[in-house]
Write a protein that binds this ligand. Structure first.
Ligand code: NAD
Length: 483
């Protein structure tokens, strides 16, 4: 294993981060990094193989022997150092997310900031958790689960890495991160930033490679105790099944098809822009995107007019332009996936209110799609049931509030949901009936101490705040006989 000095962000990435150093890849496969605004190759990454992964796991295992016994004060100091180190590169991280992934500037900045904030939020939660409980002759302590494998998706890579790392460190775990191979430049900037936090060697290891190579090794390796995964349902199911052989603890953050319930007293001037913001979050490539808008039949015409008007604030375009609402899809494959769903919606009889198939005019070069709103959608249609992961909103009519709740819950997913209405008591009542891990009222909002995660096929377990840290802990009870 050759050790090389950290260097300015490279467009040709040949190293992984193992045992506190950037080391040359043992894996030899090279992948192009493609810019989604024009499909051009902007860099190359050498992918890790099983051997790189095993070296990273071994380093994390060695480090756990010490870090697993660290005090809360030591972990707290490390979290603050991580926050400081990541904060120093916010602008670079945002720029990398815009260029490599096509994230729109106005959203990329929010994503990166919330990643950086995750370290401070974990520090706060760490102080609030009751780590030891005693009664009679029993003492229960919360112990780190061990070495954690953290596997991330491409759509908000920096956020997922920071969030999972923060929770794991707060718990006293050491980690091997397998970022999405589609986020190599973003990962490189972030790892360079985190290297400056001067962590104990082996606490943080990062190996970029393919899911079925590096990810699969993490899942099957007996020296990994826990997998925290963000990605698709199909891969989540593989992890749960294959992880069973070594009794892996798993947290799975999977897909969504989130409903926004527009109550009949909603003020459309506020409600529609809020609903569209949730639908086109991260260019629609967001697990929590509110892609089903449930509208009372009595207000359909007014809602359609309001949507047409409000869509002007969501133009497709260059992601680095702060006025752009929807950037390109991350890959050619994503572009085709979104096109196939728009086609399917038309075939199944939904009506295109805005957008439709093909590239927006003047944006033919990259992976741009037209932000699309379908009306007259039946909740049983494919476009209302399956996660499209693109800027496609389905407007679904309902007769009564009870029917709206039934439609909202008639999904295999249950990650996020929203209720919009003027009477807050009514909105709260509707929210309390929704089968989703998070429900927001009157617009997208966040709280880094509130749990995030899904009911049903949206996943297993929770992240953020104390819930996220608890996912990396095991309770140990010590019971004493009366002497
Ligand atoms: P994906 O499942 O294809 O990949 C996710 C990660 O898993 C990648 O790093 C990939 O390399 C890895 N992987 C692939 N095969 C693997 C295997 N056999 N074993 C281990 N790891 C493997 O998902 P994606 O396309 O990167 O992301 C999009 C999906 O992620 C969407 O479904 C979206 O809803 C979901 N997502 C969920 C959340 C959430 O918080 N719930 C957040 C963001 C994205």
């Amino acid at each position: 294993m050759t050790t090389v000095a950290p260097r300015p962000t490279a467009r040709v990435i040949t190293t992984h981060y193992i045992d506190g150093a950037f080391v040359e890849s043992h894996g030899r496969e090279v992948m192009d990094i493609i810019r989604p605004t024009d499909g051009r190759v902007i860099g190359r990454v050498t992918l890790a193989d099983e051997e790189d992964t095993r070296r990273a796991i071994a380093a994390a295992r060695r480090a756990f022997a010490t870090f697993g016994r660290s005090t809360r004060e030591e972990r707290s100091r490390i979290l603050r150092r991580l926050h400081e180190a990541a904060s120093a590169r916010v602008a670079d991280l945002t720029a990398a997310m815009v260029e490599e992934y096509g994230g729109v500037a106005r959203f990329a900045d929010v994503i990166v900031q919330s990643g950086v904030t995750a370290f401070l939020a974990a520090d706060k939660a760490l102080r609030e958790i009751q780590w030891t409980r005693r009664w009679d002759n029993t003492t229960v302590t919360l112990e780190p689960v061990g070495v954690a494998g953290l596997i991330t998706a491409w759509n908000a890579n920096a956020l997922f890495i920071c969030l999972k790392l923060a929770s794991a460190v707060a718990a006293g775990c050491t980690v091997v991160i397998k970022p999405s191979e589609l986020s190599s430049l973003q990962t490189q900037v972030l790892v360079e930033a985190l290297h400056a936090a001067d962590l104990p060697n082996g606490l943080l290891n990062v190996v970029t490679g393919l899911g079925n190579v590096v990810g699969a090794e993490l899942v099957r390796n007996p020296d990994v105790d826990k997998i925290s995964f963000t990605g698709s349902v199909a891969v989540g199911q593989t992890i749960m099944r294959d992880g069973a052989a070594t009794m892996k603890r798993v947290t799975l953050e999977l897909g969504g098809k989130s409903p926004t319930v527009l109550l009949d007293d909603a003020d459309l001037d506020q409600a529609i822009p809020a609903a569209l913001t949730m639908a086109f979050l991260n260019s629609g490539q967001a697990c929590g995107a509110g892609t089903r808008l449930l509208v009372p039949k009595s207000r359909l015409d007014a809602v359609n007019r309001a949507i047409r008007e409000a869509m002007q604030a969501f133009p497709a375009g260059d992601p680095s332009d702060p006025k752009t609402g929807v950037g390109p899809m991350a890959t050619q494959r994503q572009y085709e996936r979104v096109q196939s769903y728009i086609r399917k919606g038309i075939e199944e009889g939904a009506e295109v209110l805005v957008g439709g198939e093909g590239h927006p005019t003047g944006l033919e070069a990259g992976y741009y799609v037209k932000p699309t709103v379908f009306v007259g959608v039946d909740n049983h249609m494919t476009i209302a049931q399956e996660e499209i992961f693109g800027p496609v909103l389905c407007v679904i009519p309902y007769d009564s509030e009870d029917e709206a709740i039934r439609i909202a819950n008639d999904s295999k997913y249950g990650l996020h949901a929203a209720v919009i209405g003027t009477d807050v008591r009514r909105a709260r009542h509707a929210a309390s009936q929704l089968r989703a891990g998070r429900v927001v009222i009157n617009g997208m909002t966040d709280d880094p101490q509130a749990p995030w995660g899904g009911f049903k096929f949206s996943g297993v377990g929770r992240e953020y705040g104390r819930y996220g840290i608890e996912a990396f802990l095991e309770p140990r009870a010590i019971l004493e006989m009366n002497s």
